[in-house]
Design a protein around this ligand. Structure first.
Ligand SMILES: *Cc1c(COP(=O)(O)O)cnc(C)c1O
Length: 380
């Protein structure tokens, strides 16, 4: 660990978990002080659903660029810079581009982002633009962008920072570490949205590593085991992993890639997940499952979290809670379980969807006290 004149200052996840990450001692760390996100007890939601469950939300929307992508990006960009890379590239449904642009800005390198035409939430586009990346909008979806980015690996001097970059998953596994560190044990279940399927794979790597177990299809094999295997166990159990996809974009339910994925949850509008095998391994090894939810169910959970817990996440994130609540009702979750859900991104990323589903929430009255008083009394 490098010296800091401020010993009490949190300095990002690489410094915190350095021993478990593939980073050399003298490497220049590119960080925005990501990680260390809150684990918020969802007491109102848990009370309403019953079954004696305890539910915690790992609110990844509170990372520096508003999504969990920062955990992976600090590792990917640190490694790219260490290798002397001058430019990075990614395909993105929005959050990867927002994060890549930020870390590239910080590192002083170029960033190219490929985004699908018209299907990117406004906040994410704003981030990529003001943070100085070159935004390339394609007449296609995320999967088209991903295919093109993979072509660029040989065609142009750019490093790919999508989650096929193994350093991304290494950074993202630290969210699982934080959960176990906070609870003092692994949860019984972990529920998570699934798009390109990198994050569920990263969590499984993290939970496994903390239990002193190397996952059978180890993501860490990519970094040639420089991440300190065998590493000391911190806990003796791992959670059941449950991954949720949007019904219109559910290749894991179909058993094959989906050609035209469609969902209001644009962050998981992905038909051809790149971490297919790793994600299946996580679910199989943990005794978990995949399931799909409709846009209606996703938006209902987004509203529920905002209205009853004061937690505003983006639609894709809410699917973890939507799925969990349905699985509790269906009896798939043991009574009295300790459950964690990843809320992957902040609600402010996608203000259009939030406003659209809050239609009628703004009262319009004349500018006088009588009218406002009446409005108050009508709505107490
Ligand atoms: C990227 C993203 C996802 C999907 O994560 P994968 O690793 O691609 O499965 C889910 N929600 C949000 C908000 C995201 O930005």
């Amino acid at each position: 660990m490098s010296e800091s004149p401020y010993p009490g200052l949190y300095r990002g996840l690489i410094e915190r978990y350095r021993k478990r990450l593939p980073v050399a001692p003298d490497t220049r760390i590119i960080s925005l002080t990501e990680g260390d996100t809150p684990l918020i007890p969802l007491e109102n939601v848990a009370r309403a659903i019953g079954h004696g469950v305890q539910i915690f939300a790992k609110f990844e929307g509170l990372n520096p660029t508003g999504s969990f992508k920062d955990r992976g990006m600090t590792m990917a960009v640190t490694q790219a810079v260490a290798e002397g890379t001058r430019a990075i590239i990614c395909a993105s449904t929005g959050n990867t581009s927002a994060s890549a642009a930020a870390y590239a800005a910080r590192a002083g390198i170029r960033c190219f982002v490929l985004i699908p035409e018209g299907k990117i939430a406004l906040g994410k586009l704003a981030q990529a633009m003001i943070q100085g990346s070159v935004v390339i909008q394609i007449k296609g979806n995320f999967d088209d962008g991903m295919r093109i980015v993979k072509d660029m690996a040989d065609a142009a001097p750019v490093a790919i920072v999508n989650s096929i970059n193994p350093y991304r998953l290494q950074g993202q596994k630290t969210a699982a570490f934080e959960i176990v560190d906070a609870l003092g044990r692994a949860p019984d279940y972990h529920c998570i949205p699934v798009g390109n399927a990198g994050n569920i794979s990263a969590y499984w790597t993290g939970f496994s590593e903390y239990a002193g177990i190397k996952p059978k299809t180890a993501a860490c094999a990519y970094c040639k085991d420089t991440c300190a295997f065998p590493c000391p166990a911190v806990t003796d159990s791992r959670p059941v992993m449950v991954g949720y996809q949007a019904a219109g974009s559910a290749p894991f339910m179909a058993g094959h890639p989906v050609a035209e994925p469609e969902t209001v949850a644009t962050a998981i509008r992905i038909g051809n997940p790149q971490s297919w095998d790793l994600a299946w391994a996580a679910v199989r090894e943990s005794g978990g499952w995949f399931d799909a939810l409709t846009d209606e169910e996703i938006l209902k959970a987004q509203r529920l979290l905002a209205e009853t817990e004061g937690v505003f996440c983006e639609p894709a994130s809410a699917i973890s809670v939507a799925g969990l609540l349905r699985d509790i009702e269906r009896g798939k979750i043991r009574e009295g379980s300790l459950i964690t859900c990843t809320l992957t991104g902040h609600g402010l990323k996608d203000p259009d969807t939030a406003i659209k589903q809050s239609q009628g929430a703004v009262l319009e009255v004349p500018a006088d006290s009588t009218a406002v008083r009446k409005a108050i009394l009508d709505h107490l």
